[in-house]
Design a protein around this ligand. Structure first.
Ligand code: GDP
Ligand code: MG
Length: 597
């Protein structure tokens, strides 16, 4: 145990966490030439393309320092707010953290939120001033910022570059010298924290854990405390780039477990593994069931593909336990599923995976958060509203509550005005404003989650010219004046286009939705009226004018080969369009309400 160090790397996105992790692996000889690829830790194709780490991974390095051999367990953490629970579990498995700060960007919102998580878990923090090779690096000023934030000394900060490899030796030295060895008692019953799991189609779910007390042995009968299920540890071992089976993984160490579990939902991140016959009395603190934040309908483009979609979603869920879904039906779209996601990025990833891995073309409806409604008749009974159509009629409704978050935004003082206007427009209430330095300001707002899960990031980037970073955490439900705005296309109400909107904004948004839909829905042979309504009351109207005859002739007449090409292209692309009544509605129209500005 004396020779084990468990650490994670925390950073704001793009500050160089993955690059530096690769450097550490390189320097400690943990990768063979053949295994060398850029960004080793981001293994999923999608992660590589998007440059984000979706799932956290663990990896073990060996390093000889002053003649003694050490085992260094690096636990990589995802960098996006959608996956923040996984960050907190990874942090709980460590004794120390490398806090990476980009020498050109300085401290950003996720630097701070991840640092707080690390401090809550009493981790030893090693500050690293990264990317000092950049011409735009500002090492003195950024070092001052770090000293201010941590209350550390200038000498504690390690200047480094993941690009050139500078400072990597100093970092390894600091990991050994400054991070405490794990504590824990080898003689106590097994107590291990699950901080991650990965689905492997051949071997089932691989569970990653950190042993706090006792040890986990091959063949041992074990129990997961939160789920209460028991299994046999078919295989245990440590993780390098590949798995290394062992007879046991001991106190303080990090490893993997294979039990033949085929469904990712049985393994819950944050749960405790213990011995089934001699269980520990204490579960490791802090376990939460992760709750989806964003809901949307997913429908097959082709109604005949419903069953195929169901089996694809089931397979995806085996692999991604944070995806939840229940069947639903829509008058406009037929049979589909109401799905819960951790956030908008998660939604996009699921949609993309359905397409790439299962060849499913789907329509996603307007996403919404989860509301709680109460009726006048039964004001104590909560009605969970994950779909706008579940909101009781205005006449029956007593009140609605929506989830609120605490938003943390760090920006330059020049942009404070812009950021405030944006947040106030999004129904935010400012709660705090702190000048971190004369140029950098931290702002805190209480805001409705619904306002930030959609286009908030993009807007924030625009109003701050890219100089704002953002993070949030949930703070509970609050009452709001919400109404359902319905959309009628050609006099048919299209339930999949309904949205819950604050009463004060409903007219304005209804109007913008009609305008946007007029742009997005292709013209047809007849006039198409588009209306927005609250209950029976029409609040806005636009018309898509019929195509004129000569226009059609120009597009489709004459050139047969061109027409054929067009048809083929359409077939191949399996257009994301849905026929509703006699009008074709493209996918973008379903998302229109999110991009009205
Ligand atoms: P992560 O999001 O924190 O994992 O960041 P990445 O490691 O993916 O790095 C983000 C970007 O910064 C990539 O384009 C890297 O090539 C680049 N980068 C990372 N470290 C350095 C560095 O030390 N110097 C320079 N110049 N670029 C770096
Ligand atoms: Mg990364």
């Amino acid at each position: 145990m004396k020779h084990i160090r468990n650490f994670c790397i925390i950073a704001h996105i793009d500050h160089g966490k993955s690059t530096l992790a690769d450097r550490l692996l390189d320097f400690t000889g943990s990768v063979t030439e053949r295994e060398k690829q850029d960004q080793l830790l981001d293994s999923m194709d999608l992660e590589r393309e998007r440059g984000i780490t979706i799932k956290s991974h663990a990896i073990q390095m060996e390093y000889t320092y002053k003649g003694e051999q050490y085992i260094l367990n690096l636990i990589d953490t995802p960098g996006h707010v959608d996956f923040s629970y996984e960050v907190s579990r990874s942090i709980a498995a460590c004794e120390g953290a490398l806090l990476i700060v980009d020498a050109a960007q300085s401290i950003q919102a996720q630097t701070i939120s991840n640092l707080y998580l690390a401090l809550e878990n009493d981790l030893e923090i090693i500050p690293i001033l990264n990317k000092i090779d950049l011409p735009s690096a500002n090492p003195e000023e950024v070092s001052d910022d770090i000293v201010d934030l941590l209350g550390c000394k200038h000498e504690d900060i390690i200047p480094a570059s993941g690009k050139t490899g500078l400072g990597v030796d100093k970092i390894l030295e600091a990991i050994i010298e400054r991070i405490p060895a794990p504590k824990g008692n080898p003689d106590e019953p097994l107590q291990a924290l699950i901080f991650d799991s990965v689905y492997n189609p051949f071997r089932g779910v691989e569970t990653y854990f950190r042993v706090m007390n006792g040890e986990i042995k091959k063949g041992q009968k074990i129990k997961f405390v939160a789920t209460g299920k028991t299994y046999f540890a078919d295989e245990v071992g440590t993780l390098k780039l590949t798995q290394h089976p062992k007879n046991a993984v001991k106190t303080g160490d990090v490893g993997y477990l294979i039990t033949g579990i085929k469904d990712a939902r049985e393994v819950k991140v944050g749960d405790t593994i213990t011995d089934a016959l001699n269980p520990t009395i204490n579960a490791i603190e802090g376990f939460e069931n992760v709750k989806p934040m964003v809901f949307a309908g997913i429908y097959p483009v082709d109604t005949e593909d419903y069953e195929e979609l169901r089996s694809s979603m089931e397979k995806l869920q085996l692999n991604d336990a944070s995806l939840v879904f229940t069947p639903e039906s829509s008058a406009a779209l037929g049979f589909g599923f109401r799905c819960g996601f951790l956030g908008m990025l998660h939604l996009e990833i699921i949609q993309e995976r359905l397409e790439r891995e299962f060849d499913m073309t789907v329509i996603t409806t307007v996403p919404n958060v989860s509301y709680q409604a109460y009726t006048k008749r039964n004001p104590d009974e909560v009605i969970i509203v994950n779909n706008p159509s579940d909101l009781p009629e205005p006449t029956l409704l007593d009140r609605v509550e929506e989830p609120f978050i605490k938003a943390t935004i760090i920006t330059k003082s020049d942009f404070v005005g812009n950021v405030m206007s944006l947040c106030i427009e999004k129904r935010g209430i400012i709660t705090n404003q702190t000048y971190l330095t004369p140029e950098r300001v931290e702002l805190n707002f209480d805001m409705p989650l619904a306002e930030i899960v959609f286009d908030f990031y993009d807007r924030l980037k625009t109003v701050s010219k890219g100089y704002a970073s953002f993070d949030y955490s949930p703070i509970g439900m609050r009452e709001s004046k919400l109404v359902r705005v319905d959309v009628l296309i050609n006099a048919h109400s299209v339930d999949a286009l309904s949205a819950l909107i604050h009463a004060d904004n409903a007219y304005n948004i209804g109007k913008k939705m009609c305008e946007k839909l007029r742009e997005l829905i292709p013209r047809q042979q007849f006039d198409i009226p588009i209306q927005a309504a609250i209950g029976a009351k029409i609040i806005s109207r636009e018309t898509i004018k019929a195509l004129r005859k000569d226009v059609t002739a120009k597009c489709y007449g004459g050139d047969i080969s061109r027409k054929r090409k067009l048809l083929e292209k359409q077939k191949k692309g399996k257009k994301r369009m849905r026929q509703v009544g006699n009008v074709e509605i493209p996918q973008q129209a379903f998302m229109a309400v999110l991009k009205l500005n």
